[in-house]
Design a protein around this ligand. Structure first.
Ligand code: SAM
Length: 330
């Protein structure tokens, strides 16, 4: 913590260099990097430690300085130290200057616009560099949309993973989701209102329609909403009632039944089949695995993408399966 105004360190706003005007008075053992979580919507979630750090830190590295001052105003605290803009575009340029300050005994606080720094926000570069330089790093934890949404989802929390934002390009997005088809842990994603409809199309293309899925939006804010649903129903709900604001998606992991289906149909690297072969596989899977034909078709089609990553049309496979069954009866 900063000891007295006279010992305050100064950070050059343009260069990122930190100069210590009165370094002799500073106890270098006090220096540390502190990551602090800020509210994700509700100012009341700010911790007492965050408020104290804003007041006492020698340097505050903030993703957006205007938002920092806005938060400080709402908390009724005066930011005591030097404020430095620290964001995705300049973090690599700033880290060493800020850490020179830590070495000289400064408390350097890193905050992002909302939630936990480093979680889809700036901060990782400085943490890594502090570790490399053997400098102390600590954290004043607090709100983060990942855990808030996960806890509210009602889906299993004992094992989960975080995927951040899915890729922007639809083909990359589908490929990424396909790689998660047999993931058994609950999966948390971040999303935006602009992309949610296309993202839900990709989920519907990849995952079984009945897989439980939750959309949580505007967490901790006045319009907080949690839609606990399934992949298919959630996709429809996003069409019928487009969600606004900030969004987290939580998807239940693959069930035992889905894993059996994937194994039986050779998921994870199966070769591409023509429609008739897909129909035979799906028919077999449906009978042996006790799956509904449409679920068996979905699993089989997923397991055997074409070389360009696209999938066979499920309706064509269904028609081929009906022909197969009629032939068997006749
Ligand atoms: N560092 C933040 C954290 O710890 O949650 C995440 C920052 S990331 C740039 C912003 C994304 O986080 C949003 O697009 C949304 O997916 C999620 N998010 C942040 N605040 C949220 C809120 N109040 N409700 C729902 N999602 C939120």
């Amino acid at each position: 913590m900063r000891e007295a105004a006279g010992t305050r360190l100064q950070a050059g706003t343009h260069t990122g260099m930190v100069t210590d005007k009165n370094r002799d008075k500073k106890n270098t053992a006090d220096g540390r990097l502190v990551l602090a979580a800020t509210p994700i919507g509700n100012t009341g979630d700010a911790s007492a430690r965050l408020t104290e750090l804003l007041r006492m830190a020698d340097i505050v590295a903030a993703e957006d300085t205007r938002r920092l001052y806005d938060l400080a105003n709402r908390l009724g605290v005066r930011v005591g130290g030097n404020v430095v803009a620290y964001h995705d575009h300049n973090e690599h340029l700033k880290v060493d200057g800020l850490l020179d300050g830590v070495e000289r005994g400064a408390v350097v606080l890193v905050v992002s616009d909302a939630g936990m720094p480093t979680i889809n926000d700036p901060g990782l570069a400085i943490v890594r560099r502090a570790i490399e330089r053997g400098l102390p790093v600590t954290c004043a934890p607090g709100p983060s949309a990942v855990l808030d949404a996960l806890a509210l989802s009602g889906l299993p929390t004992d094992r989960f993973c975080f995927e951040g934002f899915v890729p922007r390009k639809q083909s990359d997005r589908v490929r990424r989701l396909r790689s998660l088809l047999t993931e058994t842990r609950t999966i948390v994603f971040y999303e935006t209102p602009q992309r949610i409809a296309r993202t839900m199309d990709a989920f519907a293309e990849v995952f079984p329609p009945s897989r439980p899925m939750v959309l949580a939006r505007e967490l901790t804010k006045d319009y907080e909403e949690v839609r606990r649903s399934t992949v298919a129903a959630l996709r429809q709900s996003v069409i019928d009632d487009p969600p606004r604001g900030e969004i987290v998606l939580v998807l239940q992991g693959a069930s035992e039944e889905e894993l059996r289906a994937a194994a039986a149909s050779g998921a994870d690297g199966g070769e591409a089949f023509d429609v008739d072969r897909l129909a035979r596989e799906a028919d077999d899977l449906s009978r042996r695995g006790g799956l509904k034909p449409k679920d068996a078709i979905a699993a089989t089609v997923q397991a055997h993408p074409y070389a360009d990553g696209s999938l066979a049309n499920r309706k064509d496979v269904y028609a081929a399966m009906l022909r197969l069954r009629q032939k068997a009866v006749g």
